[in-house]
Design a protein around this ligand. Structure first.
Ligand code: NAP
Length: 278
């Protein structure tokens, strides 16, 4: 079994980001900047955003974090300002949002949409145009490319069909000429689909749901899942049993998640280039 660690990829992307930001600082006398907007006090969101803040600091990206409570107008005004400002080159709107603000995601300027969540970004991805790609789906492909996995012609199974992970990962795998089956909670024979797959992308959100005995002997496993069980981070795949069967497998932690975090930063650099047309 070969371990598909995300760490060397994360380091490579981070190095690229540092060099690019240095170059922009010298050549344009500017650096990329991120405004994060949150409505309410969701603790998990706050912890996640603080990690992004640290990453931005390390790379030299300007960072702003605005949390609103009982002020929907202020929240929307801040989003509008960020959309229009040349000083703010990327935007993240944290979820969950109250239903009265759910339209805020669609309001994000697609050129600044570093999570690739607007229908404009997703539509471009679907049509094969250059766009900011949802970070986790991009991380799956980054791992495949880094380890030289030739997915052309493979039977790939993606379990999960969310807009930010399963669907974009499926589209990106199809672009690389895999034959993709998307599975979900109503799939009749999930085990059969997984058993027949050459490549499995697990993006379910159910801790260690996929066991080793469900895999084929040569299956390559990309585990997107991040689930906390008794304070421990585990994937959607049961790593201990899966590593005995899979030909290659990503660990959790240290796999997809570590690459995803750096791709978000890379998207901040890319969005700067959207604004300043480089
Ligand atoms: P999500 O929006 O909750 O979607 C989960 C998907 O799994 C849905 O399509 C659902 O099917 C499917 N599903 C649920 N139970 C199933 C079952 N028993 N059998 C087959 N399919 C089932 O989740 P998400 O946002 O895509 O995230 C998926 C996982 O990735 C989570 O563990 C999340 O924490 C993790 N994640 C990791 C990163 C990272 O950087 N590593 C980033 C984002 C997310 P239906 O559509 O039929 O409901």
């Amino acid at each position: 079994m070969k371990l598909l660690s995300g760490k060397p990829i994360a380091e490579e992307i981070e190095k690229w980001c540092i060099e690019e930001v240095d170059k922009l600082r010298k050549e344009k006398n500017r650096v990329p900047s991120l405004r994060v907007l949150q409505y309410g006090d969701d603790a998990a969101s706050k912890a996640y955003v603080r990690r992004i803040e640290k990453n931005c600091e390390n790379i030299g990206i300007d960072f702003e974090y605005k949390i609103f409570n009982d002020d929907e107008e202020g929240f929307l005004a801040s989003l509008k300002e960020a959309n229009e400002s040349k000083e703010i080159t990327s935007i993240m709107v944290q979820q969950p949002l109250p239903s009265s603000l759910s339209h805020a995601i669609e309001m994000i300027n697609p050129n600044k949409d570093i999570e690739g969540v607007t229908s404009a970004s997703l539509g471009k991805l679907f049509a094969g145009y250059k766009s900011l790609i949802p970070c986790t789906a991009a991380a799956v492909i980054e791992i495949i490319d880094y380890y030289g996995i030739e997915v052309k012609g493979m039977d790939a199974v993606v379990v999960g069909r969310s807009n930010i992970v399963g669907k974009p990962a499926s589209i990106l795998l199809q672009r690389k000429h895999a034959t993709v089956t998307m599975c979900h909670s109503r799939t009749r024979d999930l085990a059969g689909h997984i058993k027949r797959s050459d490549l499995l992308v697990a993006a379910v959100g159910r801790p260690e749901m996929i066991k080793g005995d469900m895999l084929g002997e040569e299956t390559i496993v990309i585990d997107v899942g991040t689930n906390f069980v008794d304070g421990k981070l585990v994937g959607d795949v049961d790593f201990e049993s899966a590593k005995e069967v899979a030909s290659q497998i990503t660990p959790v932690p240290g796999g997809v998640g570590s690459v995803t975090n750096k791709i978000l930063i890379r998207n901040i650099v890319e969005s700067f280039k959207n604004i300043y047309n480089d």
